[in-house]
Design a binder for this molecule. Sequence first.
Ligand code: AKG
Ligand code: FE2
Length: 554
Amino acid sequence: MSSLRQPPEAYIGMKCGFVHGNSGYHRLMPFKAELKWADPIVVVYHEVMTEAETELMKRISLPRLETTQVHSFTTHEAKKSIARIGKTIDYFAIFFLSLPRSPSLLVLSPRLHSTLVLSSHPYPPSLPTISPISLKFSHLFPLPHLPPLPPHPFSLPPPLPPISPTFSHPLPSPNPYPPPPTSLPHYLTPYLTQILPSLSLSPSPLPHPYLPFPHPPILPPPFHPNSPISFPLPHLTHPPSPPYPSLRPPILSPLPPPPPNLPPTISPTFSHLTSNPFPPPPSHPTSPSLPHPISPLPPLPPSPPTPTPTPSPPPLTPHLLPPPPSSLTPNLTKILPSPTQPPTPLSHLPSPNPPSSPTPPPSLTPISPKFLHPSPTPLTPHPPPPPPISPKFSHLPPLNNHQSVVRRGDDTNVDKIFARIEDMTGLTTETAEDLHVLNYGIGGHYDAHVDFFDLQSKSIDKDPHQGDRLATMLFYLNDVEAGGSTVFPTLGVEVPARKGSALFWFNIKRNGEGDYRTVHASCPVLLGEKWIANLWLHEWGQEFRWPCTKNPED
Ligand SMILES: O=C(O)CCC(=O)C(=O)O
Ligand SMILES: [Fe+2]
């Protein structure tokens, strides 16, 4: 089967470092960044959100959580769930689970059928073990009993030593995070038996971590933006956000209207321009709301010839490992969009937020676990309750999006998080969406998807999204006991959910194309729950912070 793709050896040992933010505080207390992949950039920031902040995010979002109707496996009773369960288990999920170092696999692979009962799809009571999902898998997993696992037919790669973060400077405090589990957590099996009493789980330790496949699993075709999609995964599974203006918090002053002398349609990436027509930013902002005086644009040059379609990403085979980028340097600050680097120092740009101020844990009162019940005094502004599920659609599987939003202005500490994201990335959050908070329960997962809309290839005329989703910042709001890692199957990167850390990556290439190598998913939660907060930073406003290029290779 597959072996986990590791970064080329050159990456190892030089992938952790400190990134200095622009604020004074973060000059003294730089961010701990771990480079997971260089092209596309995938970075994990460690310890960037305090415990109090993670609790605050949950507390704000809980009363707004959209709930979904689910059917109990045992009683068939339909009720509102309080956690995301996931839409389907699919081949990709199986593939992720087969990654040798995935703790998820260790627990779940021989018991994958267990998760079938956690489907949100209703099914006839007369067929209690045959849900649409289990039918989908019945050719792989004869139900209701699994056969004994055959020996794995493939030679195994030698186990890789766990890679512990090797920061280039000593850590200011001991790293609180334990290394990832390297062996099967045996205690989980009895625990699972308790949680899922309707399943006949054997309490014996699982024999080995491989799936009971006689042959490698059927993998979907590689992603290609122009190929007809018969496999259900390669599409955006996020419902597109409502048009940007409705997402803005009402207490914020609205974005300034575009100056009248701008042409009506401007490609968000400017990739059709031969040179940047904008004047350089002034050294002193003239107005807090309008960053630069904008002079009339020169006429646009003729459109370039139709771009060649994006080559498909390589299939998921180890021998097609992408070569290490030549530009890789040990210093993350050379890779990340550092505010201290050209082309435009950030200090020349007006800061949309007040500078991030330190928010060490002691300065915030810890929020008691009672937050798990909706606050009696809801935070303002309170959005309208989610619309009831229309009976017209009650025969359809309900959407299983347990998501909620946290907006700038909900709390001063939320504003500080937005400012911190700017400090971490050098990008503006002015055109970002609200923070999306997701809650997964046991079995909850997120199918493989990309976060961008691919506005360029879909040639969407109206762009209500302030450009595409340039980058994603994903905060983990809790530790997940087992499962729940975020995985990038094309890169072979797995990021375990660790409270207070954040995963950041660019969705859009420098040339403005959506980067299908960033396809990612959330492995099922096996024990506990998973909370994340996502911020999608959009293209507009980043022109001087993350300049685009015309090079199709970029
Ligand atoms: O939960 C995760 O790890 C991934 C979530 C995600 O990809 C998303 O919300 O877009
Ligand atoms: Fe995503």
